[in-house]
Design a protein around this ligand. Structure first.
Ligand SMILES: Cc1ncc(COP(=O)(O)O)c(C=O)c1O
Length: 440
């Protein structure tokens, strides 16, 4: 008999540790669309891990690239040194980024990417003689990771309240979710573009535009329950930022790499930000890596503002452009191209949308919203126990239906790998339907 696993030492992230450890949900291997659990059950991955395994698990080409690289060169510094793979990975990312967004700063994850982008924004304005532009604007219900910068512009109370005042000069616009007007929208909600106007009418009026460095937004808010922007909303935000010389940062940690059927959310919405933060799907999550993709003009401003032989930007991580991560990123971007996974996601999205909306009318369903290969199913909560309803469903899906879903408050969020097929989509939604019908 195998020795029982000692779960006591690991302090798990974003987890109800004591509850988890009473009955651990453990995965031991993965391939394609499935995990295998420690008791040998196959679990259909309805969430691409954590919105990150876009090409499916253990893709042979990516696995091979990682294995090869780790044996050739495990690590090389990128401070005042370099190695070809980091440059190649940056070039490959620039190639699929929107036009003119072709300078890449590597980090290790989404949180570091967000902090990096915020710092680039501050440094950029300073380099242009606008050192007073220090205010950073985010949005309520935004998730920008867990760094101090990210939680400051983020809009999730639970992620902020344990940690003191954080960054002072931040503010937030409201999120555009509106169930009264937009429940059961398919794709972009038609109402609510005017929610963008409060950036100008309320926040810029209050703080003065000349104090604002950047606005950061997830084009589609994922982690807090799939909030799809109303048609025209992002265009308005872009126009307001342009009017006032404010940089627009898209946090595409979830929406990049095919989630919406395009390389980036910026492509889907046809709105070009000044910087894109990405991570997760960049390496298909095999090795941690994040990146900030920056408009060349912003990069060049920082280069030109500093003496030629000086460090232009005092920022970086030991593992920025780590060789193994860089090899994984190069292989992953090739896989997306060779297998046309973004196009595949776009092609199967209408089927996914129909399957998602087939849950309308089932017990406790309050809203269904979707875009690309993302959908949120909002449930009626249990009075006095926020999140408990969806957590029960998550547990039942895992134990009884062999399905991994993600929940946030009482919203079920689905974001499968882009390789999902129609039968697997049917399995996912019919399992959820069965569970909803059986709720007493
Ligand atoms: C939009 C967004 N930004 C940032 C992050 C943080 O990324 P990481 O967990 O890699 O630090 C996430 C993670 O889900 C995210 O969804």
């Amino acid at each position: 008999m195998t020795k029982a696993l000692d779960t006591s030492h690991l302090w798990m992230p974003f987890t109800a540790n004591r509850q988890f450890k009473e009955k651990p949900r453990l995965m031991v291997s993965a391939a394609g669309m499935y995990y295998t659990t420690d008791d040998g059950r196959k679990i259909l991955d309805g969430t691409a891990g954590l919105w990150c395994v876009n090409a499916g698990h253990c893709h042979p080409k990516i696995v091979e690239a990682v294995q090869k690289q780790v044996a050739v060169m495990d690590f090389a510094p990128t401070f005042q040194m370099g190695h070809p793979k980091a440059f190649e990975a940056a070039a490959a990312l620039a190639e699929i980024a929107p036009d003119g967004m072709n300078r890449v700063f590597f980090c290790n994850d989404g949180s570091e990417g967000v902090d990096t982008a915020l710092k680039i924004a501050l440094a950029y304005h300073r380099a242009r003689g606008n050192a007073g532009r220090t205010r950073l604007v985010g949005r309520e219900r935004a998730y920008h990771g867990v760094g101090f910068g990210g939680i400051a512009v983020g809009g999730i109370a639970a992620n902020r309240k344990q940690f003191g005042p954080g960054l002072a000069a931040t503010d937030h616009i409201r999120h555009p979710l509106n169930l009264e007007k937009n429940a059961y929208s398919r794709g972009l909600p038609v109402n609510g573009a005017e929610m963008a106007d409060e950036l100008e009418q309320r926040l810029l009026a209050l703080h003065d535009p000349s104090s604002v460095a950047a606005v950061i937004l997830e084009p589609l808010q994922g982690s807090t329950g799939v909030i799809v922007p109303p048609a025209g909303y992002l265009e308005k935000i872009r126009a307001i930022c342009d009017r006032h010389g404010i940089l627009l940062i898209f946090d595409e940690v979830i929406t990049a790499f095919g989630r919406l059927g395009t390389a980036f959310g910026a492509d889907y919405f046809k709105v070009k930000p000044d910087m894109i933060v990405c991570a997760k799907g960049l390496t298909n999550a095999t090795v941690p890596m994040g990146a900030v993709i920056v408009k060349q003009a912003i990069h060049d401003t920082l280069m030109e503002a500093a003496p030629a032989d000086s460090i232009e930007f005092f920022h970086g991580y030991t593992y920025s452009g780590h060789p193994v991560a860089a090899a994984a990123a190069i292989a992953t971007l090739e896989v997306y191209k060779e297998e046309q996974l973004f196009e595949r996601a776009a092609a199967i999205s209408p089927y996914f949308e129909d399957a998602a909306h087939s849950l309308k009318g089932l017990p406790l369903v309050k809203d269904i919203r979707n875009l690309g290969l993302v959908c949120g199913i909002e449930l009626e909560g249990i009075s006095g126990k926020p999140g408990a309803r969806a957590y029960d469903l998550f547990n039942q899906a895992f134990w009884d239906k062999g399905l991994l879903i993600r929940t946030t408050a009482d919203v079920v969020a689905l974001s499968p790998p882009l390789i999902i097929n129609k039968a697997q989509i049917d399995q996912m939604f019919s399992s959820i339907a069965d569970l909803l019908k059986s709720i007493k």
